[in-house]
Design a protein around this ligand. Sequence first.
Ligand SMILES: C[S@@+](CC[C@H](N)C(=O)[O-])C[C@H]1O[C@@H](n2cnc3c(N)ncnc32)[C@H](O)[C@@H]1O
Length: 294
Amino acid sequence: MTVTTIQGALEQATRQLTRAGLVGARLDAQVLLAHILGVERSVLYAYPEREVAPALATQFFQLVERRSKGEPVAYLLGRREFYGLDFIVDPRVLIPRPETELLVEAALTQIRQKIAADALPIVADIGTGSGAIPITLAVEEPRLPYLYACDISADALVVAQLNCQRHHVAERVRLLQGDLLAPLPEPVDILTANLPYVGTEEMQAMTHDVSAYEPHLALFSGPEGLDLLERFCRELRQSSLLKPNALLLLEIGYQQQEPLTRLILELWPQSTVTSIKDYAGWDRVLQVAMQGRK
Ligand SMILES: C[S@@+](CC[C@H](N)C(=O)[O-])C[C@H]1O[C@@H](n2cnc3c(N)ncnc32)[C@H](O)[C@@H]1O
């Protein structure tokens, strides 16, 4: 390979990614080059004439090639920032989304209210993936002695374990494998879940980098995306896993607020359901406050 500079490498990569139809071609090229060079992106602006060693240029263009086929940047880097924390991600887990930070924010508010009222809540997360939700809660609220983090995917839990170690919460986040609520050993005060909620009918409309690369077990849940969330609610109602006045926080999909609120009020007529909207204005998180027992 001929000697190239930062500017030259970026221009060539941007052209290649643009030809591949990627909207953020220049930004993707910068992020990938900064990653390969082990520098902040600002360094690329400061030293455009600096030479890129041939071995590094080769690695960079290999990543550009993979990106041009649609592989998500987070998988290429092996990391994604969530709530200010750096999470290890790979194709075994969903890439954590900014919308999920809303659920974390709401959970933290509730956890802190309970702690302020002198009650250390028992917290569990179902469908934990990379561990983004429970690990962030454990890091942000060190007074929580422990939390449960459950997933049906043993592969996802391997990644969650790495993230627990990275954030020094492996002693407090208890990873459990199994279907929905089955692994939970005790009733909880706060239950969070970002379960798959995309309808298989929507698969065609999804961007290629999501549908071709992210685990389908983490994305899809029946024709309208409601199957798993509905089963989760029904099984929760049948269980004894909610402590009195428990709180449920569910991330939900596009147009799922109405059917799920209806189901929840049918199952728990005394509960109060509120919805939190995401940055695009869609109902994204359902917050269900239970009254009394169950
Ligand atoms: C949408 S991803 C969410 C991952 C993570 N909580 C996040 O917010 O980034 C859904 C997760 O639910 C898990 N899952 C799918 N079906 C499940 C089931 N029946 N029981 C438990 N977890 C399940 C998937 O393996 C996946 O990790």
